[in-house]
Design a binder for this molecule. Structure first.
Ligand SMILES: Nc1ncnc2c1ncn2[C@@H]1O[C@H](COP(=O)(O)OP(=O)(O)OP(=O)(O)O)[C@@H](O)[C@H]1O
Ligand SMILES: [Zn+2]
Length: 679
């Protein structure tokens, strides 16, 4: 299923260089983009796959300030980390550039200047929020307030992350500076605006009328609703000192808005990649596709196209197949809350298993609605699908061929109806999969790929060559030939999804991974061709491995709760007399043992200075009996005795408690005689 384009420019959202890559990024953007591009390359199409770090904007300057480093130092760190983890995950960008580069500054600057000189901007002096304490204008994330649309109290000056609405700082209710917490004042400042209202009619024709059929419903729906609400002029400059300086006189101390410069980053990265870059951006025979997550739709479908249109020289995206969001174990993935599976950590914890994550994230991709990643599901997908279906089939085909024929591909004899049916499905499969891929339906495409492996498995299970070998050697040759031909097609068709496994299979089959057009053939492996030794493509993921990951998340949750915990308000006042009624002493633990058949209770023997007594204390989850003998504690000695689990408890040990429930003894800061009073 070919379209009529001569070449392809495929971009993946520029990751923001203030944190590492997580599974949400991958499932939303980079994995589908990589699958698409690998597929196009397999189709021998001319494609450039473009990405890079987005290094400007307020969150970078905020982070740098916090860490006491320069913004450049802040982005250097994450740019390298992100770039490397993409490489390790086999994301096959043709270039991974960055927006702090010289070529990008020039390109973005020239772009602005062209629009400026052509009179495409409105120049406006307006009142904007200013923080008198920090002596700075408050753009974008320097200001928070309540979203007028959904009531989220932490909406930013440019966008509400809760409902996705793009905002102006002046839209916020109860605005507050994130720099100093101060309520900002209004000050005059000059900025340049792109009058989106002037592009409204054109956008309506291009998207609402023009792309009703081919854009994803979630993308189309968002665009239509924005256009229907009416578009407003949008400022494309900011009062900041980090970014691409506004290249006109009188604009000192101002830079381009990060969402003005970032998409131009796709163009500058292409420039850095090839002197032929213009073909990929200015020729109507080029198909431009932007892969992004849903929060970037407005920028890629409304603002950037309006910029390109205003410029005049550029093509527009043919499609913007944005995904919805991936969540993690029921919660929104968040860099600031550390609620994520980080790619670089995954690759460390599961070495050589990049493809397992690729499989999981594609099979479970948030293509039409938000989806949830769970470790249990991850394990099941590996063990029950990759290993049990794909791995098992390939392994049988290769192992039996080695065993029966020393690895030489046997010839087919006469075909049964079943053989013909199987070869028929094989022949049709490349078109089925490519039809889905061309429509950005990666889950369906992957599911068809697995169906082919399933078919192979079923074919072997039904024909049982391992039994037949004793009675009908000729028939087994046909069966094994067909199984091998299916394996060889799988090798081609799986490459976009599972590139590392495809390399393994290629070495097992002793044949380079072929091109898409060859897949489906019943003669990919010539009779007599010698295949290589079997290798395990996938292995079982044990409970312990995923339990460790779940524990890591539980630890994060605990740490977050601790960080967010607020102390309880004070209780009602009491009199000194009431306080004095409590007789609290310092004592020493002489003996400790677990109370039988309980989880939480320890039986303690305490030297209180006045006597030795028994106290039952609910601290067994936090202390080993052996380790606490000899420790000094505070004990309330005049608490009325009480029987607990058949033991008479005389008094109470005082404990301090963390928000997560963990406990510590209340101890004197230097040794005190047993019996010493606490006042
Ligand atoms: N959980 C997610 N599911 C799907 N796509 C996501 C998810 N998080 C981010 N993305 C997409 O990944 C791309 C790069 O994200 P970007 O670097 O801008 O980070 P972000 O949206 O600020 O995420 P975070 O706040 O988690 O760091 C964007 O297109 C974004 O829409
Ligand atoms: Zn909102």
């Amino acid at each position: 299923m070919a379209d009529n384009f001569k070449r392809y420019t495929v971009t993946a959202a520029l990751p923001y260089a203030n944190g590492p890559v997580h599974i949400g990024h991958l499932a939303g953007v980079y994995l589908p983009a990589d699958i698409y591009v690998r597929y196009l390359r397999s189709q021998n199409r001319d494609v450039k796959f473009i990405c890079g770090s987005d290094e400007h904007g307020v969150p970078i300057t905020i982070r740098a300030k916090k860490e006491g480093i320069t913004p450049q130092q802040a982005v250097d760190k994450y740019h390298e980390l992100i770039k490397k983890s993409f490489e390790d995950f086999n994301v096959s960008f043709d270039i991974y550039d960055r927006t702090s580069s010289k070529i990008h500054h020039e390109t973005a600057s020239d772009f602005f200047l062209k629009l400026y000189n052509d009179g495409k901007f409105i120049e406006q002096t307006t009142q904007q929020y200013y923080d008198e304490k920090a002596q700075q204008f408050l753009a974008d994330r320097y200001i928070v307030g309540t979203c007028p649309k959904c009531g989220n109290e932490n909406a930013y000056g440019d966008q509400c992350e809760s409902c996705g609405t793009s905002l102006n700082a002046t839209d916020l209710i109860n605005p507050k500076s994130t720099l100093s917490g101060a309520v900002p004042v209004m000050r005059e400042t000059k900025h340049w605006y792109l009058p989106l209202n002037e592009y409204e009619q054109w956008l309506r024709e291009w998207i609402v009328e023009g792309h009703k059929g081919d854009w994803k419903p979630n993308v189309y729906g968002q665009c239509k609703s924005w256009i229907d609400q009416g578009l407003q002029p949008r400022a494309v400059t900011r009062d900041l000192d980090w970014g691409v300086p506004v290249p006109v006189k009188g604009a000192e101390g101002k830079v381009l808005y990060v969402w003005f410069d970032a998409p131009i980053g796709y163009i500058s990265a292409t420039k850095a990649l090839t002197p032929d870059w213009e073909k990929y951006w200015k020729d109507s025979e080029t198909k431009l596709v932007h892969f992004i997550g849903k929060d970037n739709i407005v920028f890629h479908c409304i603002i950037f196209p309006a910029m390109l249109k205003a410029h005049g020289d550029y093509i527009l995206p043919d499609n913007v197949p944005a995904n919805e969001f991936l969540n993690l174990e029921g919660d929104k993935i968040s860099t600031s809350r550390n609620w994520a599976v980080w790619l670089h950590e995954y690759l460390q914890d599961f070495p050589g298993k990049g493809d397992v994550l690729r499989y999981m994230l594609c099979a479970n991709a948030p293509e039409t609605k938000d989806n949830d990643f769970t470790w249990k599901d991850f394990q099941a997908r590996n063990n029950n699908e990759l290993l049990a279906i794909l791995g098992n089939f390939i392994n049988r085909a290769v192992v039996l061929t080695q065993k029966y024929y020393n690895g030489a591909v046997p010839a087919r004899g006469e075909l049964t109806d079943y053989d013909k049916e199987v070869l028929g499905v094989l022949e049709g499969m490349p078109l089925v999969i490519s039809t889905y891929l061309e429509r950005y339906r990666f889950r369906d495409a992957l599911s068809e790929l697995m169906n082919l492996a399933r078919l192979g498995n079923k074919y072997l299970a039904d024909t049982e060559p391992w039994k037949l070998i004793k009675t009908d050697e000729e028939r087994v040759k046909t069966i094994m030939n067909i199984a091998l031909q299916i394996s060889a097609s799988l090798n081609i068709l799986m490459e976009p999804f599972l590139p590392a496994s495809a390399q393994k299979l290629s070495s097992m089959l002793n044949k380079p991974v072929g091109k898409w057009a060859e897949a489906g053939s019943a003669d990919l492996l010539a009779v007599g061709h010698t295949i290589g030794a079997p290798e395990l493509m996938f292995e079982k993921i044990e409970d312990a491995a995923v339990e460790a990951q779940v524990q890591k998340l539980l630890d994060t949750k605990k740490a977050n709760e601790m960080a967010n915990a607020v102390a309880e308000p004070a209780k009602e006042n009491i009199t000194f007399d009431e306080f004095s009624k409590m007789d609290i002493r310092i004592g020493t633990i002489l003996a400790a043992e677990k109370v039988a058949k309980t989880k939480k209770l320890l039986k303690l023997t305490i030297d209180t200075g006045i006597d030795q007594r028994t106290v039952v204390s609910g601290i067994a989850e936090f202390f080993n009996p052996e380790e606490i003998v000899g420790q000094q504690v505070s004990i309330l000695v005049n608490l009325a005795p009480r029987e607990i689990k058949g033991i008479m408890s005389q008094g109470m040990i005082l404990m301090a408690e963390n928000p997560d429930g963990s406990l510590a003894f209340m101890q004197p800061s230097k040794p005190i005689m047993n019996g010493g009073g606490v006042r």
